[in-house]
Design a protein around this ligand. Structure first.
Ligand code: PLP
Length: 360
């Protein structure tokens, strides 16, 4: 099948499952039983039309904006889709980082947008070079799209670089979408994780509770933008569902009210895994990867042999999966989870080491 379907998403849903699944990108699932939920806190149907006010309030407080600048959405996925659809129309140009989370490109193409790319180079630690963005902008560009932290590498984009990109976009009459779903994992580690939305009116950000907190099933995502764009996205969202699943909204409010507890568990897991993964990556001469500083994923380059055959061997002999770099247009790389259960990471890395030994 050709686009508009997402080859990556089908692979992720049907082929990434394994005993040692190192292909996931978020923190291991947080269990409902760990949240103080009482049956009387839940209800099936409620007054949520353009947002359920208690959820809107919490998301706005978290983002540091007024509620009319926040739109609750079905995951970062829907938030991204709505931003693309509300900002650009068929035939418009969007400028998307490469490599990136491929769904951003797949969704843009499905909307009939012309997708141009700007590079984030492995040799430059996947940094965003604002000059590359400036050069690639044209009068037809409606939106610049990037991820921070970067999927697949976890590279951090500093505020100064974002400001330069914002200024260039504004001059070109474009906006900047920053998908911050992995930025939350810096916040979890207690590090500075300021959202780009405060850098200027041209910025639109999206995020969710999925990756850093292990709360994927809540589908608690959001977009933050100027109030007018938010209104437009609410109206667009009418096309996809009358109202959200209200029990999920209620559970999201409970999770947001106890986010410290959820974050504490994620912090322990990420700190343990980061140390283990960095030790492993530094000790394998056939892999090239800057030490991971934060985030839930790493993106090493395989210096010898092909990633496809490594992935085959891992799956066939070692019950282990990683994400092949071809999904990111980087065939000599693969993506590795730092968010899985520590025992899964240790077991998977042990098997990865054996598969690498066999190849050499
Ligand atoms: C950059 C990025 N954005 C969005 C998503 C989807 O997030 P959500 O589960 O919040 O829809 C992913 C999932 O892998 C992602 O990597």
């Amino acid at each position: 099948m050709t686009p508009p379907f997402s080859e990556y998403m089908e692979w992720a849903k049907t082929r990434s499952q394994a005993r040692f699944n190192l292909a996931s990108s978020g923190v291991e699932a947080f269990a409902l039983a760990e949240l103080p939920v009482r049956l009387e806190d839940l209800e099936i149907t409620g007054p949520s039309f353009y947002g359920w006010p208690p959820l809107q309030e919490r998301l706005a407080r978290k983002a540091g904006v007024e509620p009319d600048r926040v739109m609750a959405a079905t995951g970062t996925s829907m938030a991204n889709f709505l931003v693309l659809a509300a900002v650009a129309s068929a035939g418009d140009e969007v400028l998307v980082e490469e490599p990136t989370y491929t769904l951003l490109v797949d969704a843009a193409r499905w909307l009939g947008l012309e997708v141009r790319r700007f590079p984030r180079r492995a040799g430059d630690a996947f940094r965003v070079d604002p000059e590359e963005v400036e050069r690639a902008l044209t009068p037809r560009t409606r939106l610049v799209v990037l991820t921070n932290l970067h999927n697949p590498s976890s590279a951090f984009v500093p505020a100064d670089d974002l400001r330069r990109i914002g200024a260039a976009a504004r001059e070109a009459g474009a906006r900047v979408l920053v998908d911050e779903v992995y930025l939350e994992s810096l916040a979890v580690l207690g590090r500075k994780a300021d959202s780009a939305v405060h850098l200027g009116p041209e910025f639109v950000v999206t995020s969710s509770l999925t990756k850093a907190y292990g709360l994927s099933g809540l589908r608690c995502g959001w977009a933050v933008a100027d109030a007018e764009l938010v209104r437009r996205m609410w109206r667009l969202n009418d096309l996809f569902g009358v109202v959200p699943a209200h029990p999920a909204e209620r559970l999201s409010v409970i999770a947001l009210d106890h986010l410290d507890r959820v974050a504490a568990r994620a912090r322990r897991l990420l700190e343990t895994n980061r140390a283990v993964a960095n030790r492993f990556l530094a000790g394998r001469a056939e892999l090239e990867c800057a030490p991971v500083d934060g985030g839930t994923i790493a993106f090493p380059r395989l210096r010898r042999g092909t990633v496809e055959s490594l992935c085959e061997r891992l799956r066939a002999r070692y019950e282990t999966t990683v994400v092949p770099g071809r999904f990111f247009g980087a065939e000599d790389h693969f993506r590795l989870s730092l968010g899985c259960a520590p025992a899964t990471l240790e077991g998977g890395l042990e098997r990865l080491a054996r598969a690498l030994d066999e190849a050499s």
